[in-house]
Every structure is written in C-alpha cells, then in structure tokens.
Design a protein around this ligand. Structure first.
Ligand code: CA
Length: 326
C-alpha cells in the first residue's frame, strides 16, 4: 500500500479485502498486506508490482503520471467526474478497457478498489482571497491538480501522506491537500494550518486501484479470478460508503473541537483554476496516442453524463441547499 495499514477506512479496507478473499476462496488464496515502506516506498508501488517484487498493490493511478501522462484520468481529474461518475465511466463507460490497455504495456492489471468521495481543497497557513495569493505558494498537491497549481503560479510538491504533517509544521510547505476531514484530522493537519478550504476541485472523486502483476493474475484459476474481482468491487463500494460516513463525523469533530476556519475558495479563484485545468487536460491529451484516446473517452462520457447530473444530482443538491437556508 501507499499508506500505513493502520489508517482507518483505507488501510482497514484493504485488510478486510484480504480477509474476504481468504474466506471466499476457503483459504486457497491468501493475500499478505504490507503498509507503505515495508516492501516498497509509498510512491513506488506500481514499480514494485511491475517488477514482480510484489504480486499485488493498492494505490492511486495519478501517482504514476510521470510514467503515463494520462494515468490521473483513472484516479480523478480537476473539475472532472465525481465518485459515481468515475465509477460509471470505469465500469460501464469504456474506462476499464483503456485502463487495461494503458497498464498492459507494463504487465500490470488494475481494478477499481475504493473511492474517497469528493475531497477537501486543503489546508493553508494563510487565507486565499484571490488568484494572486496562489503565487509562490508551496503546496503538497499531486496529480493534475499539481500541474494546475504550477500553471497558476504556485509551487506544487509531491509528498507522501506520512510526511505531510512534518512538512507543513516546519514550514517546508505553506499548504497541503490530503483527503478529507477523517484522514486529515488523523494526520493532525488541523494543528499545523488554520484555514481549511473546500471544495476539493483537484480531486472530485478519486478512485483507488488494485494493481496485479500480470503473470500472477494469469496464473489464477477462473474461480479465484472471479473471487478477486468480486471482493475488489465490494471493497470499492464498501470503502466509499465508510469514507463518507467517517468524513461527515470528523468534519463535525473539527468544527466543534478546533479553531480551524472552514472556508470556500473564492469564485474567481475557482474559475481561474477551472480555466487552467481545461488547458492542462488538453496538454495531457497531446502527450501520446493512448493519452488522446483516454482523454476523448472521458470527455465523451462527460458529454452525456453531465447533462444528466444537471437534472438529477445537481438539481437535487441545489434544491436541498435552498430549502435548508429557508
Ligand atoms: Ca488528495
């Protein structure tokens, strides 16, 4: 894993997946889980699976964007699909086939395996009142969100989860996004930054991944493959459900226990980040042939999915928000 296995929801979800596979296969398939740094550094899980150092890994595709520019499309892209949209694109919109093709070049198979839901925008040691406040801001932000921040004048850095607290408390960075209230609280980020921003434009519904070394996958019998796929789908939905419940609980905890200021990004900041994001996605699509196909598949899916969202989720959310205000 790219995180310590002691982390609730995330680490415990993966451990429960391993247990479930063992039970479903009546002990014929045992998965031994290792946390970040035990067998491979947090951000080298893909390489460990690719090289066969391990047979399986749990991580997030956007960490591999240096190797495959379009990889972040399989985690989350700025101002892109939310968690249900991501799941629909991957499962039923052609995403999985492209993902198989992309990772197939490295002898790795990927399966969706968890979703954090819409994240928070991150922790800042000073308020962000305008686009100018992003200039020179040293922020921990991975994936395409990092590229967007760089284009907006900030200095994005990629730091593994376990190192965010220290980087922020020692002033190595000025801001950091991690996940949402539950995991941010557990890291103690509320102790080292005062301003907690929303929404998480950079990661609107990140999909986590199970990585499987192709030889190990091919060696499994058909029934064991079916068990792994079923348990992974269970993990995907189960982790998402638990993540939302815990995040809601922890947001309340942050509000009642701390003096953190919960703020929404100003409208003009979001609109500038959105403008830059469109350009960043387009740039990624020009990297190579497969990036172009992944970009087009995702965007085509959005063309039918977003108008549907507009008359369902968004309309309902707007209605609810209005009714709560009244
Ligand atoms: Ca994040």
């Amino acid at each position: 894993m790219s995180i310590p296995k002691t982390l609730p929801v995330w680490g415990s979800g993966v451990l429960a997946f391993a247990d479930q596979v063992k039970q479903m296969s009546q002990g014929r398939l045992e998965i031994k889980v290792f946390g970040a740094g035990e067998l491979a550094p947090a951000l080298e899980v893909f390489e460990a699976v690719q090289n066969g150092t391990v047979e399986m890994g749990h991580s997030a595709a956007y960490y591999w964007q240096g190797k495959m520019p379009a990889a972040p499309f399989f985690t989350s892209v700025p101002f892109g699909l939310n968690a249900s949209g991501m799941r629909s694109w991957v499962v039923a919109g052609g995403g999985q086939e492209l993902w198989d093709e992309l990772y197939g070049n490295y002898n790795v198979k990927a399966i969706p395996a968890g979703n954090t839901g819409l994240q928070m925008g991150g922790w800042f040691n000073r308020p962000i009142e305008s686009v100018a406040d992003l200039k020179g801001l040293k922020m921990r932000i991975p994936g395409l969100g990092g590229l967007v921040m760089r284009a907006a004048g900030a200095k994005p850095v990629l730091v593994a989860g376990g190192e965010i607290y220290t980087s922020l408390s020692t002033g190595v960075i000025d801001a950091a996004e991690w996940v949402g209230p539950c995991h941010d609280y557990i890291l103690g980020l509320h102790k080292v930054a005062k301003h907690y921003y929303f929404p998480g434009w950079q990661e609107p519904g990140p999909c986590l991944e199970l990585l499987i070394h192709k030889k190990a996958w091919d060696a499994l019998s058909e029934d064991l493959k079916a068990i792994v796929l079923a348990a992974a789908r269970h993990l995907d939905v189960d982790m998402h459900a638990k993540w939302l419940a815990e995040d809601a609980r922890y947001l309340q905890k942050i509000r009642s226990e701390t003096k953190v200021e919960l703020r929404s990004f100003p409208k003009d900041v979001l609109s500038e980040l959105h403008r830059i994001s469109e350009q960043v996605l387009l740039d990624v699509s020009r990297s190579d042939a497969i990036s172009k196909r992944i970009y087009e598949s995702y965007r085509n899916f959005e063309k039918t999915f977003l108008p549907f969202q507009k008359v369902t989720d968004w309309a309902y959310n707007n209605t609810l928000e209005q009714l709560q205000k009244d």
